[in-house]
Design a protein around this ligand. Structure first.
Ligand SMILES: Cc1cc2nc3c(=O)[nH]c(=O)nc-3n(C[C@H](O)[C@H](O)[C@H](O)COP(=O)(O)O)c2cc1C
Length: 175
């Protein structure tokens, strides 16, 4: 697929068919994403693929907004970082997550980022459990790792509209 086509096809998708995603496909897109650049080549990002329907169901409760569609996904990739490897682990993880979403398109998959970061399970209640702590109870995430986001993916059950053409605004500057 040409890069220009791939970049247009990447849309956040939250509705998927029942078709499973083979582990070989998950491994391939994770390997591709892990070719992302990282600060000082620290390669601090770690990825964990979750395909167990019961776990995907439980992951939907990690936040009261923005995660409810996870049980309909074929897989969720937890994007983590090792803070001991780099103080820029979150930036490294964000680049990897983005490349994962592009790699997914190249394998005919669609995806959506679900944010974790410093969120709490009840968005407007900072006393509620942190989302990363909840995920660490559910999944074998090493306690020292931070979690940036989860990328839900699967085969889309519709064709999302491509992004509108760039119309030119304050986002691109020349000097
Ligand atoms: C940092 C970040 C956090 C996001 N968090 C969520 C989320 O928690 N839940 C969700 O459904 N979508 C989430 N999204 C997806 C955005 O809503 C989506 O990218 C945006 O609406 C633009 O749509 P597009 O990706 O189709 O271009 C997130 C995207 C980014 C980059």
């Amino acid at each position: 697929m040409q890069f220009s086509e791939l970049i247009d096809k990447r849309r956040s998708t939250r509705r998927f068919t029942d078709r499973k995603v083979e582990n070989d496909t998950l491994r391939r897109i994770m390997e591709q994403a892990l070719k992302a650049p990282s600060a000082k080549n620290t390669r601090s990002t770690r990825l964990m693929a979750v395909t167990d329907p019961a776990k995907l169901e439980a992951m939907a409760s990690m936040r009261d907004m923005g995660a409810a569609f996870l049980p309909g996904a074929a897989a969720a990739i937890v994007v983590m970082g090792d803070p001991a490897s780099s103080p820029l682990w979150q930036i490294n993880a964000a680049i990897t997550a983005t490349m994962l979403q592009l790699a997914a398109v190249d394998s005919d998959l669609s995806s959506c980022w679900v944010h974790v970061g410093d969120y709490h399970r009840i968005g407007d209640d900072p006393a509620s459990q942190r989302t990363d702590d909840y995920l660490k109870e559910l999944l074998p995430v090493p306690p020292a790792y931070g979690i940036l986001c989860v990328v839900a993916l699967g085969y889309a059950d519709y064709t999302p509209k491509p992004l509108p053409p760039y119309e030119g605004d304050e986002r691109i500057l020349f000097a």
